[in-house]
Design a protein around this ligand. Structure first.
Ligand SMILES: [Mg+2]
Length: 168
């Protein structure tokens, strides 16, 4: 039987997201299972109620999540659904492009988020937090520009129902 060499992420099977803020402090630590990895797009899953560490304390998300991490994009997309129910929403985090090494997914969270509801409602969240942290941490102009572009890109993708913003 022909066997292809699995990518590093698939070989790990389980990955831990370690998101930090711009100064390196831990922000969000969440466990995932690997679904697929083509070298650019890593797809993972999280089971509802599994403990997540956040800078505001432990959190257990009520949503089963399918999460899309592109190594070359400044955002990721969490597809959230309540167990036994359909799609609840997509939640997109604006971040530096992720690096995936060993059992870790790492990126810097850049505060801004975009929520996309199945009825097409799109909201950009945490603009104030972004402004506050831009000053506090001294985000370089390039980072600010990339973050704003990422918001525009993900909003445009959602508006056009592009992958992964597909119903069903
Ligand atoms: Mg945020």
């Amino acid at each position: 039987m022909e066997r292809r060499e699995p990518s590093p992420a698939v070989r790990a099977a389980r990955l831990i997201l370690r998101a930090t803020k711009y100064d390196g402090t831990a922000h969000w630590i969440q466990p995932f299972r690997v679904v697929s990895d083509d070298g650019t797009l890593l797809v993972t899953e999280y089971t509802a109620r599994t403990p997540i560490f956040t800078s505001r304390g432990e959190f257990r998300s009520p949503y089963n999540s399918r999460v899309y991490f592109w190594r070359d994009r400044w955002y990721n997309v969490f597809r959230l659904s309540k167990p036994g129910c359909g799609l609840a929403l997509w939640y997109c985090n604006i971040t530096t492009p992720p690096t995936i090494d060993g059992c870790y997914i790492r990126y810097i969270d850049l505060d801004l988020d975009v929520s996309v509801r199945p009825d097409g409602t799109i909201s950009v969240l945490d603009e104030e937090e972004f402004e506050e942290n831009r000053r506090k941490y001294g985000y370089p102009p390039e980072v600010v520009e990339r973050a704003r572009e990422a918001v525009e890109d993900v909003v445009a993708l959602a508006r056009s129902n592009g992958f992964p913003f597909c119903l069903g």
